[in-house]
Every structure is written in structure tokens, then in C-alpha cells.
Design a protein around this ligand. Sequence first.
Ligand code: BGC
Length: 368
Amino acid sequence: MKKMLALVLSCIMVLAIAGCGGGDNAPASSSSSSSAAQTGGKKIGVAMPTQSSQRWIADGKNMKEKLEKLGYTVDLQYAEDDVQAQVSQIENMITNGANCLVVASIDSNALVNVLDQAKANNIPVIAYDRLLMDTDSVSYYATFDNKGVGVAIGKYIEDKMGLKEGKGPYNIEFFAGSPDDNNAHFLNTGVFEVLQPYLTSGQLVCVSGQTSFDAICTLRWSQETAQKRMEDILSGYYSTGKNLDIVVSPFDGISYGISAALEGAGYKVGQKWPMISGQDAELMASKNILSGKQSMTIFKDTRILADKCVKMVQAVLEGGQPEINDTTSYNNNKKIVPAYLCSPVPVDKSNLQKELIDSGYYKKAELE
Ligand code: BGC
């Protein structure tokens, strides 16, 4: 009987020890209180590109709040689209003893040297939303499905304009994002994957003839640059009475520039006003969707992106595996960076309430 009892007790002990071992391998995010104990005030440098667009302000705020809740110390910096300023900010983060860097780059090719410094100091780097190019000093990439954003814009146009049913011809102009941002290329590939067949068939006509990435890109995603280009296109190709039916815009800020140019040329919302796309579901864009000035945007829930990125921070600092759902798409010329791709959601008048208000992203009053 005594022997039996001893055997049962030793089995219980073995199981208990095995259980503890399992805990070590459990995802670091298993509970926020235990994570807070583990983080021991480690410093995270968060480098964001600019405060000139609402999304990056939300990204920075979410990241800071979520990391601080877990017990990390956060150094959040914005470089206001100044590439050199971002390099200096990251250098300072390294000098000040950052344990991990989260970087949303301005120019994704310009950080190679400073990221090498991070690597030399054993500081892991996570690419946030924008891929860090030409470097093997990056561990993970948290982003949205960037080609998927372009496909969603293309499909919206295809659907609403009845292109599959053979409708057209419609006049269309294209805008793309910044050439130094890998996302801009992915997005543009998605747009053309859907719309190129209709350009070929003649259901879509790009009157300016400007369809190559080089011709349609917008350095730093600048609203002013986009407005100027739209003004030039309107005066150069549409002043003789041709109507512009569709404008592909890859970012809400660019859509504002396009709208301003249209208004300047005498176009009026509701009267032959073109379909205009966008990206980011900024507050102003959401209001413009309700008023008819912008047709749609792509909602990228920055709360979800921050959650995924924080899990990557925990994984590189505390051990464990982050959630990864893509190991093939993001080759930065040095390595394929393991990524988590969040899902972008197209939003127009029909689902704005559900996606942006019911989800708590905006309060109804903010949109009035
Ligand atoms: C982001 C977009 C954003 C754009 C301009 C891109 O890298 O993925 O969400 O609209 O930058 O800030």
C-alpha cells in the first residue's frame, strides 16, 4: 500500500514538473500580469514616420499603451517624414539602451546602417506596417495584407462600376503611394491585377496615359504633390469637356488632394463627381464618405496591428513564438521576413456604421 502511495505521489510530482516546463514554452503573451513581471522595465524604442496623418498617431498611441500595460518602458518618436531625423532617433534609442526596436520607416532602404548598429548591439528589430528593406537585422514584420488592399480597391471599382457585366467605357486616373515604401508597390500591384484587364478591353480608359508606377507614384504620400498632379491632369486632359469617372487613390490624404483639385476645377459633389478610393479610414475621409466626396476607404484596424506587433516584441524579448501567418511574401532582398498580415476591410457608406462605429473605432458624435 505504502509503495502504491509513493508511486502515485512521484507520478504527481513528475506531472507537476512537466507542467512547469510547459509553462516556459507557452506563448509569452499568456497573461498580462505574468508578462509584466517578466518584462522588468525593458525599453522599447518605437520609431514612427509622421504625425501628419491620423493613422500613425493612432499606431503610436496604441503601441505605447499596450507595451506600457505589460511593464515595458516606451520611447516613442515621430520623425515628421524626415529620413535623417529618423536615423538619428533610432541611433539615440540604441545609445539610450533600447532592448528592442519597432520601426515604421519613412524610406525603407535608408535604415540599413543604423539597423546594423542595432544588430551589433543585440537589439532585435521588428518592422511595423512598412517592410525594412535590404537588411537582415529585422526579425519579424507586422502589417496588413498590402497587396490585398490594392485588390480590394480594384474589386470595389469593378463591382460598383459593373465592369464584370461589361459596362463602360469609363475614364480613370491612377495615383500610387511613395516609391520608397514597399507597401506602395504591393498595393499598386493589387490594383492593376484587378483593373488591367479592363484597361486592355477598353472598358477603362486612362486619358492621361499615366499608368506606370513611376508616372503615378507620390513621394512621401504627399497630399500637396497629389493635388498638383491632379490639377495638371485636369487642365491637360479633361478641360475640353471629357468627364473623369474614377480616381484610384491609395491613401486618404491623397484623396483630399484629389478632391481639392477637382473642386478647384469646378467639379461638384453629386454632379458628375468621380468615384474616389482611399486608405486608412481617417476621420476626415469617413466624413467625406458620408457626404459623398469620397466613395470608399480601406479600414486598417491599428488596434489589431498593435496587438500582433506587441506579441512579436514579447517573443523576441521573453522567448516564445509570435503569431506568424506569412512566410513567403515579404522578401526584403536579404531575407524573407516572417510576417503577420492583418486583414484590410473596404468601407463605404453601406458598412461604415458597422465597421467604424459599432467596432468602437470612432464615436458616432465624432463623425457628425
Ligand atoms: C501604410 C498606409 C498609409 C501610407 C501613408 C503606408 O505605408 O501602409 O496605411 O496610408 O503608408 O501613410
